[in-house]
Design a protein. Structure first.
Length: 352
């Protein structure tokens, strides 16, 4: 039986490595997690390096040794950040699996729109944790908790500024009802919210997902926004969704509504968002992402606004390990060996 060279450049637990090797006797797994940290420091923006690598992560081996590992690899299990010149250095690479869910993470590298089959963990990451972040953001603004930090600075209470609202009977719109969006919708429904949403493809004959009251196509978004008290962006960043939320979209939203972005910063025209906030058209915005988040801190006009809750892309964080991405990789590895289609393959034309 011929060997299948699998290289992991993303840190994997011993248990995960055992699972991968157990897929087939022909699998030869080489663990190089952390080996490429040094060159990632040299090729990625310092802000991205600081956010994603610990000070202790300096890399291992020589450039020649790392090149040899890549040159042998038929399959690579990677994370973020990653070597930007993978394709150039891995001539035998047939399939690259990215541990994170977002396809746009790969845009910097030569793997983007290459001949290599690329899969992601889309819909299989910590969807529950991300949904909890979205709900926490909704509650943060619904109960006026964003005013507490203002009062702390003032060293006084302004009771009338809190304006708490009851979630029961309000409407939440999930923009991008995929794996994450479906989880967000279910959790919102538990709190008594009426849930509507949009997604790229909608089967009119299929039953609605659990928790959803209505599901429509992207062209119906304007109407959905006009009836929503909370809007949660969960969609992928593609050419079609770049600046999806602009002046027109924010104007279509209810006065006093809340915007939550757990997708990508680039789907938002941030100047339009600032205008909607400064005019008090929006009650608040929770942003786990922002434009250029891998290169620089968030813009001052967002960071300093008391009606903005902004965090460094931590919504998927958890105190519990998530084995689903490794399970997907193992399923796909079996399919690859058997010559069957893989799950979660990026469609370069679609962008995810």
């Amino acid at each position: 039986m011929s060997k299948i060279e699998v290289l992991t450049i993303h840190p994997l637990s011993a248990d995960a490595q055992v699972k991968i090797r157990a897929v087939d006797a022909g699998v030869r797994l080489t663990d190089a997690g952390g080996w490429f940290a040094g060159e990632i420091r040299e090729t990625w923006p310092p802000f991205a390096v600081k956010r994603n690598l610990s000070d202790k992560a300096q890399g291992s081996g020589t450039r020649e040794e790392r090149d040899e590992l890549l040159s042998k690899a038929e399959i690579i299990y990677g994370g973020f950040p990653f070597p930007l010149d993978l394709c150039a250095r891995a001539p035998n690479l047939k399939w690259f699996h990215q541990f994170p869910a977002g396809a746009s993470n790969l845009m910097r590298g030569d793997i983007w729109k290459s001949h290599v089959t690329v899969t992601t963990s889309r819909g299989l990451g910590n969807t529950r944790g991300i949904a909890e972040y979205a709900v926490a953001s909704i509650l943060h603004f619904a109960k006026g908790l964003h005013r507490a930090s203002v009062d702390r600075e003032r060293k006084d209470f302004e009771h009338s500024a809190y304006r708490p609202v009851l979630l029961q009977g309000k409407t939440a719109c999930v923009v991008g009802a995929g794996g994450i969006g479906l989880e967000v919708g279910q959790l919102c429904a538990v709190l008594g919210l009426r849930v509507i949403g949009t997604r790229r493809s909608v089967d009119p004959n299929a039953p609605l997902p659990p928790g959803f009251d209505r599901l429509g196509k992207p062209e119906e978004l304007g109407g959905f926004l006009s009836e929503s008290d909370f809007v949660i962006a969960c969609c992928q960043w593609t050419p079609e969704t770049t600046n999806l939320f602009d002046d027109r979209r924010f104007a279509a939203m209810k006065h006093g509504s809340v915007f939550v972005n757990i997708a990508r910063g680039e789907i938002v025209d941030e100047e339009a968002l600032v205008r909607a906030l400064e005019s008090n058209h929006l009650r608040g915005a929770a942003l786990d992402v922002y434009v250029g988040e891998f290169e620089r801190p968030p813009p001052a006009r967002l960071r300093s606004n008391p009606n903005v809750l902004i965090s460094p892309h931590i919504s998927a964080g958890s105190d519990q390990s998530n084995s689903r991405p490794v399970e997907l990789f193992c399923e796909n590895l079996r399919a690859y060996i058997d010559g069957k289609p893989l799950r979660n393959v990026i469609d370069w034309d679609r962008g995810y």
